[in-house]
Design a protein around this ligand. Structure first.
Ligand code: ZN
Length: 179
C-alpha cells in the first residue's frame, strides 16, 4: 500500500497543470489509501496492545498461583489441586510405590493384609502361583533360604505344641463329620 501511495503522489506531482480531473481522482485515491492505512494501524496497535495486556495478566496469574515442592524430586510445580504432591507422572509413580510400602508397615496396612489373606481371592491367587513354574522355583528358593528355614522351624515347633498331629489328622479334624 505504501508503494502504491508513493507512485500516486509522484504521478500527482508530475501532472501538467490544467489536468484537474485526473488530479482530483488521484487525490481521492490517495485519501482512501491513507484512511485505510490509518484504520489498519489503529487495528494493528489495538491488537498488539490487547495481546500485551493478556500476556501480562497471564504472567501475574501464574506468579500468584501457589507453587508446591514435589515430594519426590523437590522441584517446584503448580499443583492441579490441593492433593497434588508430585510434579510429574514419573514422580507420582515413585511416590505411589513408596507410599504403598510405608502403608504396609502401619497397623492399618497390616490389618488390611491380614483381612486380604483370608479372602478366597487371595487363596486362589496363591494356589495358582504355587502351581506355576515361577511359583515352584520361588518356593524352592524360599525353603532353602535362612528365612524359609526359620519359617519351617516355627511351623514344626507349632506342630510339636499341638502334640505331633499329622497333617492328615489336622485336615480330618477340619472336615465336617459324616455318618
Ligand atoms: Zn517431581
Amino acid at each position: 500500500m505504501t508503494q502504491q501511495l508513493k507512485k500516486l503522489e509522484e504521478k500527482l506531482a508530475n501532472l501538467e497543470k490544467g489536468n484537474a480531473e485526473k488530479a482530483r481522482k488521484i487525490k481521492e485515491q490517495i485519501k482512501k489509501i491513507k484512511e485505510y492505512n490509518k484504520e489498519y494501524n489503529k487495528k494493528y496497535y489495538r491488537e498488539k496492545r490487547k495481546a500485551q495486556i493478556q500476556a501480562k495478566a497471564k504472567a501475574k496469574k501464574e506468579s500468584k498461583q501457589a507453587t508446591a515442592a514435589c515430594v519426590v524430586c523437590g522441584k517446584s510445580f503448580i499443583p492441579h489441586n490441593s492433593l497434588s504432591k508430585c510434579c510429574s507422572d514419573e514422580c507420582r509413580e515413585i511416590y505411589k510405590r513408596k507410599y504403598q510400602k510405608e502403608y504396609a508397615k502401619t497397623e492399618a496396612g497390616k490389618a488390611y493384609r491380614k483381612r486380604y489373606r483370608q479372602t478366597e481371592t487371595y487363596k486362589e491367587v496363591r494356589k495358582r502361583y504355587a502351581q506355576s513354574e515361577k511359583g515352584k522355583l520361588s518356593l524352592k528358593k524360599y525353603a532353602q533360604s535362612e528365612k524359609g528355614k526359620a519359617a519351617l522351624k516355627r511351623y514344626f515347633e507349632k506342630r510339636k505344641e499341638n502334640g505331633y498331629k499329622s497333617l492328615k489328622e489336622t485336615e480330618r479334624e477340619q472336615l465336617p463329620e459324616t455318618n
